[in-house]
Design a protein around this ligand. Sequence first.
Ligand SMILES: NC(=O)c1ccc[n+]([C@@H]2O[C@H](COP(=O)([O-])OP(=O)(O)OC[C@H]3O[C@@H](n4cnc5c(N)ncnc54)[C@H](OP(=O)(O)O)[C@@H]3O)[C@@H](O)[C@H]2O)c1
Length: 323
Amino acid sequence: MLAAVAVRQNPDDPLAGLELREVPAPKPPEGWAVIRVVAAALNHHDLWTLRGVGHPADRLPIVLGCDAAGIDEDGNEVVVHPVIGDPAAGGGDETLDPGRALLSERHDGAFAELLCVPRRNLIPKPASLSFEEAACLPVAWLTAYRMLFTRAAIRPGDSVLVQGATGGVASAAIALARAAGAKVYATSRTEAKRATALTLGAHHAVPTGDRLPEKVDVVVETVGEATWAHSLRSLRPGGTVVVAGATSGSNPPADLSRIFYLQQRVLGSTGGTRDEFVALLRFIENAEIRPSVDRVLPLTQIHSGFEAMLGGHLAGKIVIRPS
Ligand SMILES: NC(=O)c1ccc[n+]([C@@H]2O[C@H](COP(=O)([O-])OP(=O)(O)OC[C@H]3O[C@@H](n4cnc5c(N)ncnc54)[C@H](OP(=O)(O)O)[C@@H]3O)[C@@H](O)[C@H]2O)c1
C-alpha cells in the first residue's frame, strides 16, 4: 500500500525526508486491530519528526500521521485515540506512562490506506461528524481539551487567553473555552487570522504581544518563545499558564521573579487519555461545535499540504484521504 514515510531528518528542509512509497500491509499483533483510514490530518508533530526534534533517527523509516478516522474490520466507523500507552503504568493515566508514544513515534502512523493500533484506541466516530472532521480531533482537540479542563481546570466565567489564534491546538482551545462559558481572548499576527479567531469563538482578538483589557485566569500557550513573556504579563496573580508546545522556540527567559512573586502556576500538558477523548467527542456533539477543515488532499499531494502548513496560512486542519 502507498504511505507517506519519514525516511530522513533535516532541520532546515523537513520535507526532503518525506517520501511516498509502497510499504507492506500491517499484520496486527494480539489485541491490535487494522482499520481502513478514510481521513488523516496533518500536525506540526509530523514536521518535528522530519526535522529530527523529539524523534530519534534510529526509529526511521516510519509512516507519519498521528490523526485518523476510518472503518474497522467489522465495518464500524471509528476515530483513533492517538496515545499508545498503558494506563496502569501511568498511575491510571496513559499520558504519564513513561513508555507511552503518540501514533507515528514508535508505531507506523495514519498516512496510509491501513493503520494498525491497539483495539482500545478505537473509539466510535460521532455520527454527526464527517470522517474529515473527526480526523481533526485526536491530537489538536484532545490536547486543547486536557489543557483547559484537566490541567488548568477552567470554570465557567474564567477568562482565558489563547496564544496564536489559528493553530490546531489554539483554534480548538478557543472553541472549547467559549463553549465552556469562558471569556476568550486570542492573539494573532495578522488581521485576517484575528477575524478567524472571532468566528471560532473568541470575544476579543488582539495583535500578538498587545496588552489585554484585563489580566486573565488562564493562558493556553503553544507558541513558545515568541509569546511567553506576554503570556506571563497577561496572567493575574495566582493564574495558570498551561503549555503544550513551543512552535517558535522552547527556551524563552523564564522570568522566575514574576512567577514566584505573583504566585503563578506553569503547567505542562501532553495529549490526553482515552477517557478524555471520549468526553471531548461528547462535548463536541453536545455543544454542536465542528472543527474547521482548511482543505482535503489526496495522499499523493501531502507535500503541498505540509508546505501550506510551513507557510503558516491555514484556516483549520489539512486532511489527507489515503485512498
Ligand atoms: N503536547 C502535545 O500533546 C501537543 C499536541 C499538539 C501540538 N503540540 C505542539 O503545539 C505547537 C502548536 O501546534 P499546532 O499544530 O497547534 O499549531 P500550528 O499550526 O503550529 O500553529 C502555530 C500557531 O502559533 C503561532 N505562531 C507560530 N509562530 C509564531 C511566531 N513566531 N510568533 C507568534 N506566533 C506564532 C501562529 O499564530 P498566528 O499565525 O495566528 O500569529 C499559529 O496560530 C507545536 O509546537 C506542536 O508540536 C503539542
